[in-house]
Design a protein around this ligand. Sequence first.
Ligand code: CS2
Length: 502
Amino acid sequence: MPDTKPTSAAEKRLGNARLAKLPASVGRPAYDRTKVTPGIVHLGLGAFARAHLGVYTDDVLAAGASDWGIVGVNFRSPDVIDALKPQDGLYTLLCRENGDDRLRVIGAFLDVLNAGTELAAVLKVMTKPEIRIVTITVTEKGYCHDPATGRLNEAHPMVTADLVDPMHPRSLPGLIVEALRLRRAAGVPPFTVLSCDNLPQNGRITKAVVTRFAALRDADLGHYIADSVAFPSSMVDRITPATKEPDRATVIAGLRLTDAWPVVAEPFHQWVIEDRFPSGRPAWDKVGAILTNDVHPFETMKLRCLNGAHSTLAYLSVLAGIETVADAMADPQLPKIIRHLWDDDLIPTVPPVPGTDVAAYTHDLAARFRNPGIRHLTLQISSDGSQKLGPRLLAPAIERIAIGRAPRVVPLTVAAWMAFLRQRDGSGRTWTVADPMAARLTAIAAEHGDDPVALADALFAVSEIFPAAISGNAPFRKVTTQHLRSLLVRGVPATLTAFLFH
Ligand code: CS2
């Protein structure tokens, strides 16, 4: 939220003391918060974790498990800490569907800390025996990995800095390793590390970056972590657009109190978790989560069908001046493109998913994308394409290519992403690329400007994004370059018309 300035003393602020006086229509913690003790440290206090992990855990606490409260830790931005600390960690979930707004105050976060300014306190809490799980939502780029290989990027500036000064970590792997080292030194068993980010086999990637960082720091510590720490994978899902000022106004009107940073989400939520928690876990399965031995089919379905469609809609929409996913779904052509993406490129790559018909799942996704109550900005989803394209779209494209089937829509998405990197369209509209590789990618786009062949060639050469199976595939490159030329010369609607009537 841009506007988290301290509220005036006269303003009534959400907090423990005011919970009992909330209007009857507002949901609230159905348990005594003073009796709850922390069992989880959560890293990354973005809106998603508060609308997902926070809500599932609030339900668990309401069911009576009082030893699974959460301590929330943010890495850099102090804004969310400044917003939630004066509210005793409380915030409101605004759940929206078709004009139906429901408000619920979530109590699962008992405290919030800033790893940048309160590192000693963060490490102290992470070392306590009662903390049995560390959950993570830091987005794809927070793992400091190389998206093309899933391994630690050892040249990442935060990784190199943390290796020089490992007791004052700033990166995710650095912080987890230091906390595990301190626990070991104190004779405290390790916590389980649960990634809740949109990465394929997110537990395996987390284990890879954490153990590699530990090994670079100290080989023995690397072996200890590899052998004794569990890194289950999980698939997470809930569409959670960034909170905007009108959302906050709706919440304040409903609460008759100020909430500096509520979160907005759709009603749908899903969580599939690999059930590997040597030190125990909350009964998330009793409140709707699926605990399983194998997350892979679920995560493949979600990451490809939901997130892949999101990214496709995002790049084409930003180029076409369409602001939200719901608006994109009202476009005459974009929903047809997404249907082709699902039917031709993605659904055939999804393994059988227990209890789920994947085609029906995509029809439900289309309905979720149309939800008019959710103003999910296409520019928000366009961020971090260098991290997102691989797992969402290039991986299924590679699988299709391997069995001799040319992906149809993925080259169009890649072309749209390439055009998007120019940060402008033909009519003078501009936008900003947000991506950890933005400087390099936008420099390439600026250098090769309006020459689609040179632009595509230069971008396909970025091996951190494009594995050889894509960049070395002549038909994929050719079709992508044709789409790129069309997008630059004719624009989005004419390109989509040509695509659909081809
Ligand atoms: C989106 C996701 O911003 C994005 O890249 O695709 O945040 C998406 O909304 C969530 O994964 C839904 O569960």
